[in-house]
Design a protein around this ligand. Structure first.
Ligand code: SF4
Length: 399
């Protein structure tokens, strides 16, 4: 068999639902023709969502950054301030956080992502206090927040096990974990960009503990900080192995490194083609993860639309606030009406989803599109026109 015929045979097997090995995934990632790779991934997506394959989902959420003070100093991060830098560091008080939650509800948001630095004083008690206050005031808001890195940090500050930390913040109101802090799980690239973060094995171990306690999560991957193709495949291999045991990862969300205002020098960003190839390989390789999310915040709207043809079934969120990747240069902005347009222009019917991916509203007739979205659009355009680097309310997409 020729090399091309071998690649096609492998693609056919993957498109038919056969499990591929990490080496086969790497071979496809390196050598499969781009469109053939996308077609195979799209075939898998259509079969998994037979009956609703014409739909692409999105969610309305708000990212609430509670502090930028952080002791972990990741080299790729443009958001954090070291504890000693009192001029740059800030924290939000509970009233401010609750006001942001109220605005989220008012604007039709269903989920908040509580995201911040590893503050040297914030142990389990901090998160218990805030999550219980949010849930008490806004029981309808889903708290899909934090990740294994924050758990590792808060458990250390409070002197408890990761399991106890998870049990307590779950009891206080945390519904599910975002995939925060996964970055790159293999040891070499992780140490290169986040030397003070817990290891990739520890990140996965904590996620496995959470899944076993009934707290599900998403998973992410940061692309383009100098990792090799083999290390990208190793990252998703590590996720697939845990998923085989727990089934707790709801989604996989690759996104690309943004190069501004940080300490990681000399890196070139992942290209759109590399990103699309990863979306497709994730759909083929992660046969045990239901949802693959296109992340157009970092790669752009057109690439996000293309991702829907390379295996993605979800286009992320209309996010009512985000400051982390924006600090590093992510500039793509949109609002709900534009997101609906993007999904339709990609040949899909948009559906607003819940955190757990149930369809809340299927926008199958543009004549019935929400008429009250001037609120979101207005806040978005105001923030963008203002050109602020630290927007109060900016409508952009993020993981
Ligand atoms: S990525 Fe998170 S943990 Fe790392 S420096 Fe930034 S805020 Fe801190």
């Amino acid at each position: 068999m020729t090399a091309n015929a071998e690649v096609q045979a492998l693609l056919d097997r993957a498109a038919d639902g056969g499990r591929i090995t990490p080496q086969e995934a790497l071979d496809l990632y390196r050598s499969a023709p781009l469109h053939a790779l996308g077609a195979a991934a799209d075939a898998v997506r259509r079969r998994r969502y037979a009956g609703t394959e014409h739909i692409a989902t999105y969610i309305i959420e708000r990212n609430i950054n509670y502090t930028n003070v952080c002791v972990t100093a990741c080299k790729f991060c443009a958001f954090y301030a070291p504890p000693k830098d009192t001029a740059k560091g800030w924290t939000r008080d509970l009233d401010d956080i609750l006001r942001r939650c109220a605005e989220t509800v008012e604007l039709g948001g269903t989920q908040i992502m509580f995201q911040g630095g590893h503050h040297p004083d914030y142990g389990v008690e901090y998160y218990e206090k805030h999550f219980s206050a949010i849930k008490q005031a806004f029981p309808q808001l889903v708290i899909h927040s934090l990740g294994a890195s924050e758990v590792d940090h808060m458990a250390r500050i409070s002197g408890v096990s990761a399991e106890e930390a998870i049990r307590r913040i779950h009891a206080a109101g945390l519904d599910s974990f975002a995939g925060a802090g996964a970055e790159l799980l293999p040891e070499r690239p992780r140490k290169a960009i986040a030397p003070l973060k817990e290891s990739g094995e520890r990140w996965l171990e904590i996620m496995e503990i959470a899944h076993n306690l009934g707290v599900e999560s998403t998973s992410t991957m940061l692309m383009g900080t100098g990792e090799t193709n083999a290390e990208r495949i190793e990252h998703i291999r590590m996720i697939r192995d845990v998923q085989d045991r727990t089934g707790g990862f709801r989604a996989f969300i690759p996104y690309t490194y943004q190069p501004e205002n940080n300490h990681l020098k000399g890196q070139t960003q992942a290209t759109v083609f590399e990103y699309l190839r990863m979306i497709a390989i994730a759909r083929l390789f992660l046969d045990n993860v239901a949802h693959i999310q296109g992340s157009w915040l970092t790669v752009g709207k057109e690439a996000g639309q293309l991702a829907l043809h390379y295996g993605a079934d979800d286009l992320g969120s209309v996010m009512l606030e985000e400051n982390v990747v924006s600090s590093a240069g992510a500039r793509h902005r949109s609002n709900r009406m534009e997101l609906l347009h993007l999904i339709r222009a990609a040949g899909r019917i948009p559906a607003q989803r819940a955190t757990t991916y149930e369809h809340l509203v299927v926008h199958d007739d543009p004549a019935n599109d929400p008429v009250d979205d001037h609120v979101v659009s207005h806040l978005s355009s105001t923030a963008i026109e203002g050109g602020t680097a630290h927007p109060e309310l900016t409508v952009i997409q993020a993981s």
